[in-house]
Design a protein around this ligand. Sequence first.
Ligand SMILES: Nc1ncnc2c1ncn2[C@@H]1O[C@H](COP(=O)(O)OP(=O)(O)OP(=O)(O)O)[C@@H](O)[C@H]1O
Ligand SMILES: [Zn+2]
Length: 721
Amino acid sequence: MKRVRLLVFNAALGVLDYRVPEGSEVEPGSIVIAPLGPRQVLGIAWEPERLSTGEVPDSKLRPFLEVLPVPPLDAKLRRLIEWTADYYCAPLSSVARMALGSMAALRGGGTTTEYRLTGEEPARLTPQRAAALDALQGEQASIRELAELASVSEGVLRGMVGAGLLEAVSVDLDRPYPPADPDFAVPDLSDDQRRAADTFVEAVREGKFAPFLLDGVTGSGKTETYFEAVAEAITLGKQVLVLLPEIALTENFLRRFEQRFGVPPVQWHSSLKSSERRRAWRAIVSGNAQVVVGARSALFLPYARFGLVIVDEAHEISFKQDDGVRYNARDVAVIRARFEQAPVILASATPALESMQLAEAGVYRKIDLPARFGGAQLPAIDIVDLRKEVPERGRWLAPRLVDQMKARLARGEQSLLFLNRRGYAPLTLCRNCGHRFQCPHCTAWLVEHRFSQRLACHHCGYEVPVPNTCPECGTGDCLVACGPGVERIADEVAEILPEARTALITSDTMNSPEAIAEFVAKAEGRAIDVIVGTQLVTKGYHFPELTLVGVVDADLGLEGGDLRAAERTYQQVAQVAGRAGRGEKPGEVLIQTRHPEAPVIAALAAGDRDAFYDAETEARRDAGAPPFGRWAAIIVSSEDMAEARDAARAIGGTAPDNPDMLVLGPAPAPLALLRGRHRFRLLINARRSAELQKVLRQWLDPLQFPRGVRVHIDVDPYSFV
Ligand SMILES: Nc1ncnc2c1ncn2[C@@H]1O[C@H](COP(=O)(O)OP(=O)(O)OP(=O)(O)O)[C@@H](O)[C@H]1O
Ligand SMILES: [Zn+2]
């Protein structure tokens, strides 16, 4: 009898053995459906010697049901999955799940049915149908997706199908993507770009593991440079993965890619509709998808001919996932390249300290682009000391910044104001009794959003309409907004520059590809004079007429004492400064601060990146912080505060006595309440030599907790709340 060991998609069970039914063939990596009690589970066949499970005699084994008609996950991908689960102390099945698309994609290709409007517009409509008709112009998707888009029930839409308002369309899931043409529009590279591109192209040809840190100042043309490596991979029939830190940047990338290669790349991210997802997954597995651009989840897909991975804006902390499997896509990309024997390019104008350190140690090869493309100069940076240059009462922009904005407007140039805070005001209180509006589920103030007229929690999504009276003392018309968010800055701009055309760019306004595309088109077409935005506008964009950048509050990121606060501030300000003067006209940057003496602010003003990195490196070395030492966090949470506290204490009480590790806590987490769960935290600071993951497993695996308690391990954490 033949047995097979399956990694099943059920974190509690993990690994189970089955009998291979007569006539079936499996090999490691095969994707299989198996019975589990009365239900069915998905599983991946694995090398039995690599996964242990209880010994079940042959006679007790049930046969699995079927092998799905997709190629097996290859050994390189299986090793990556094992590595990731091991390193991040995550369940193997949770990592493996990221390699699979949807169940539907695994079932095979063929066709699926989508729906679209027929163009029929009857004179009389129910309000729901009328709303759906409006919302669904130009859309085509499944009934469920359309219902979501139009905010109506699926029943309403089925009724519309019956009434001839919507029609079914058959969609071929295996229709190939049009091929990218490596020679479509080959740019003339500068000498620096040429040298860098040649190095990358050579590495793609060699087809060996080769990690690069592409360190190029803002506007140096990093994209054009790595596109040459992409072109080479396309020519050689190898697949390329480009990881971007957030979907908002995809639009921009898609356009530039199409200009260079004639067609858009294949996309992979959470807002793809299901038919696109199925088609993309199948094209990735078959090798038809030449270039895939995506968010971190694209990293674990089963590429048939993996040949190159690029992590753009590699310093971005959004590559770190903070729920589910807590992994860092930038770091795992390097590991994947190693397993796949492929080059990996980490591109950034402000590389993470960790990456710089690895380059210094010779692990990464550093490729520099020290100057902007086309002779553009880096902008002049100046400090506005808010203690001396005081904004008018109730305002946030200092007179000098306002004057500069007026000058830009008069010259027809653009300004950008950066403040990394969504909404109108971060705190609302009652003038009469001092009541502060707090989220009932989180340790957080509610943020006023004036457009939507709501108070919202940015952690859990809780929202209430802005009340007319104070819920505490009942006084009317007594609420005071404290501090600025971007909406308030946009209001201020409207007051001081009433004739300026202002765009407000936050995740609240840029919530669809269309909205982003419209913004970019307007900014490029000079239909916008002032951009006010959060970190969404700090990177990736290239607006030649933008000549002034104002950083509204450079001190914001330094509050809170996060390990990476200074680094993050440096990166954000340097990135947003890098949006200025990218065309022919020189750029200017004004940084508003109350702490001009802070080392990071001084380094920014002096344009002395090396000094900042050196000082920060030494500070980290002294503190045993990454990359010199390592951190891990253990977060314990429960809806019951005492239960969470006791569990955290039990963990603290059994902490191993290890000379290479220091255990801090347990203590209430800074976000002591999140989505209704009380949170306690332990922090572990370990020497690099400590076998951190092994110690963590030996420490935590034997412990038992009440059902309501969740314990998360976060290896190399980026969030300390
Ligand atoms: N060789 C080239 N030929 C023509 N245009 C180029 C070339 N290299 C770069 N450019 C243009 O210069 C501008 C800046 O390049 P790009 O946006 O790639 O810079 P970057 O290094 O990614 O900057 P950032 O890190 O600030 O996003 C873009 O408009 C790009 O199209
Ligand atoms: Zn909340």
